[in-house]
Design a protein around this ligand. Structure first.
Ligand SMILES: *Cc1c(COP(=O)(O)O)cnc(C)c1O
Length: 225
């Protein structure tokens, strides 16, 4: 069994060190502990250590684990970091505090309608497919300015920033720099980028959210069912 509390502390101190090295304040970078596939008892250790911000990529898993965890830990904040189908947008808005994967106009329109209807307004990040990978979600970089204008200006979604998942076999810093460039020219301050293998580089390039799973929880378990 991994010592999860120790791993969490180590990740946080590496984050703070990376922020200071980049001339940034450690409190300007938030850790999203990615708990996908991890059982509730593992998540409980992170909560017990006082960490409250988590990421999940499947809504079904959020339902299975977090309805109970949020009862006992009402201060916990959940980020949806996986693809969102339009017909699940309502449920996602009810269960998640932040939706990091707004990645296409149809979804943006659906979220805008639901926010109007429910008055519930989770923070949104727009996912950019910086590597232009056909199998990956996200808006292509060349369409990003238009998509930001649609989401923020036309639909008035609470857009906090941009999110990317760089291709596994490429230098991540190129993708982090590209995401930062798109955000800067559009006046957006939030950057969700960096995972276990590269969160320090992401912080150097301005990440405000890093999404870290295995460096905290250890290897992911196979999904049941
Ligand atoms: C799983 C996942 C992560 C965390 O990855 P690790 O390498 O385990 O830190 C981050 N972001 C997204 C979108 C993920 O799906």
């Amino acid at each position: 069994m991994e010592d999860i509390a120790e791993n969490l502390a180590r990740v946080k101190s590496r984050m703070a060190e990376a922020a200071r090295a980049a001339g940034r304040r450690p409190e300007d970078v938030t850790l999203v502990a990615v708990s996908k596939t991890q059982p509730a008892d593992a998540i409980g250790r992170v909560l017990a250590a006082g960490h409250m911000t988590f990421g999940e990529n499947r809504l079904q898993e959020v339902e299975e684990k977090w309805l109970a965890l949020k009862e006992t830990h009402p201060g916990a904040r959940l980020h949806l970091i996986g693809p969102l189908q339009r017909n699940k947008a309502r449920r996602a808005m009810e269960l998640c505090d932040v939706i990091e994967t707004v990645d296409r106009p149809k979804l943006a329109h659906a979220l805008a309608r639901l926010m109007e209807e429910t008055g519930h307004r989770p923070d949104c990040y727009l996912q950019v497919n910086t590597g232009e990978e056909p199998q990956k979600a996200g808006i292509p970089p060349k369409n990003a300015d238009g998509f930001i204008a649609l989401c923020r200006d036309e639909l008035a979604l609470p857009v906090r920033g941009l999110m990317c998942i760089p291709p596994v076999d490429e230098e991540p810093s190129l993708h982090f720099a590209l995401l930062r460039e798109i955000a800067t020219r559009n006046g957006l301050s939030g950057l969700s980028m960096g995972m276990s293998a590269d969160f320090e580089i992401a912080i150097q390039f301005g990440a405000t959210l890093v999404r870290v799973g295995t460096a905290i929880f250890g290897a992911r378990r196979p999904l049941a069912g």
